[in-house]
Write a new protein. Sequence first.
Lengths: 60, 202
Amino acid sequence: MISKATTAEQRVVVSTLADVATVAAGIEAPSIVVIGEVVRFRAALDWVGSSAGHAEPALD
Amino acid sequence: MIDGALLNLPDFETGHVWLVGAGPGDPGLLSVLALHALGAADVVVYDALVDPRILRLTRPSAVLDFAGKRGGRPSLSQPDISARLIRLAREGSRVLRLKGGDPCVFGRGGEEALALATAGVPFRIVPGITAGIAGLAYAGIPLTHRDTNSVVTFLTGHDSDGEVPGGLDWRAIAQGSPVLVLYMASRHLPSIAAQLMAGGSR
């Protein structure tokens, strides 16, 4: 889930489908949701988090 | 300053409406045409998701007209917005209808363009970068990758009543599209996720 995408307040959380209900509660609108294997690339490609110096932990 | 002649940019003529996508949030993702329109418009009718800094790119004399929702309450109905665009154009203004993202990706730009076409008001559509594309790029997620998917599905989690759109074959979506991008889905995400898992998604 990507909240406030491309803004300074962008927040990204990664979850499995089964756990999504607990994660969704804390996400602020506007948000978009991406479902699929492509999400795994984020572990290597999170250039926003890298430039801000706080890369998020990868999914499983 | 943009060299409009070099880029062959069209004039923003009086009495015309431009339906313009402001992009997903980062003002740097505005298109050159959007910037050109902001510098020429007499009236800007804008939505809630437009960054206030973008509105400062207008001329000092431009009228800024908020048409979005405030505190969850729509300030204007969709037919009211279309009627306002038509009236402003007929009064001879250059009317910039500015919407977050892309006007025609779950943005009701199609409805407004139809109303303008029906009324005989000349219009142009200027696409914006939609969050379902830009947001992935800014999250380090490629929308497609040769190893994972040759199909993408864009879905909205809301119909006009705020409910999950009816008539969707969730099993077909779960099995037919390896990548889904959901707009406005946070409220209904638990039920959407349950239907996708029932349809075979993991």
